[in-house]
Design a protein around this ligand. Structure first.
Ligand SMILES: *[C@@H]1O[C@H](CO)[C@@H](O)[C@H](O)[C@H]1NC(C)=O
Length: 285
């Protein structure tokens, strides 16, 4: 009886533990600026990040909501760029007006708008992301887990500027992209921004109205972090129709890459041992 009670209380404890884990350790989503959204207001983001003792963890996400006609979300790499509202060498640019940015790395993250007026008025946010090992990280930071893949320079020596309906098709043909590979888009800055879009239809019709990512440094490294079809078009209207667009099909991680050889070798040697044993068995009879 006593044992049974103990087992029951143990099971009960485990269940509550699971519930607790489920409730408190999952990644959080923060809407930047709460109901105000992503807008210019003196020090509003400083206050926003401070209130309620917000703690940003690896795996949490920020949602930026704003009018994409006058703003964007430009992630910059350092506090200097942040202070000076310098958006000339961004790490990433989001401009859908409803951007979800997952914080995949610990450390400081700086977000500004490329609209100078607004940025100077305080439309900028810095968050310190901490990595708490006791909290499971839902999507593991891709850059850490993914193997270093190949880097493909789009269009080779021609870069990202050829207006020929078949050029990028041909360029892409026969290449086997894998998760972890990187595309490098090179072009004269401010001419052919790279819009990453979703959907075959948008790709066929060259519809740039709802990009999921915008790259505009002229030397953009785009990591392929998800398997599936990825679509890239130029921001220049007319040029996409003329062929400045790229579709790549990314395969999943090869098994050999995700599991190092270790277990395979074990299997082989087990097989070998069995074979050897069979051999001895045969020779003895
Ligand atoms: C910057 O924001 C202001 C509103 O404060 C807007 O009037 C202006 O058009 C924006 N500039 C750009 C380049 O979008």
């Amino acid at each position: 009886m006593a044992t049974r009670t103990r087992i029951f209380s143990f099971v009960f404890m485990m269940m509550s533990f699971t519930v607790l884990l489920g409730c408190c350790c999952s990644a959080r989503i923060y809407k930047v600026g709460d109901s105000e959204g992503w807008t210019a207001k003196d020090d509003v983001y400083y206050a926003w990040a401070e209130t309620d003792h917000k703690e940003f963890h690896v795996g949490d996400s920020l949602i930026f909501e704003y009018d994409p006609i006058i703003n964007d979300v430009t992630q910059v790499s350092g506090s200097l760029e942040y202070e000076l509202c310098d958006y000339s060498s961004p790490q990433a640019v989001y401009n859908t007006g409803h951007d979800i940015v997952t914080l995949t790395e610990p450390g400081f993250h700086y977000f500004i708008t490329s609209n100078q007026t607004q940025c100077v008025l305080g439309q900028k946010l810095d968050v310190l992301v901490i990595h708490d090992p006791s909290r499971p990280v839902p999507p593991p930071p891709p850059s850490k887990i993914l193997p270093v893949g190949k880097t493909y320079k789009v269009g080779d020596s021609e870069g990202w500027k050829v207006y020929d309906s078949d050029f990028y098709n041909k360029w892409s043909e026969g290449k086997q992209y894998q998760v972890g590979d990187t595309l490098l888009f090179e072009y004269a800055n401010e001419v052919n921004y790279v819009y990453e879009i979703i959907g075959d239809l948008e790709f066929i019709t060259c519809d740039p109205t709802s990009p999921v990512a915008v790259h505009k440094t002229g030397h953009d490294l785009v990591r392929l972090t998800e398997p599936g079809v990825h679509y890239f078009i130029t921001s220049q209207s007319g040029y996409c129709e003329a062929g400045l667009k790229l579709r790549v099909v990314v395969g999943p991680l090869a098994k050999a890459v995700s599991n190092p050889n270790f277990p395979k070798k074990m299997d082989l040697s087990a097989m070998e041992r069995l074979n050897n044993w069979l051999q001895t068995f045969k020779s003895h009879h």
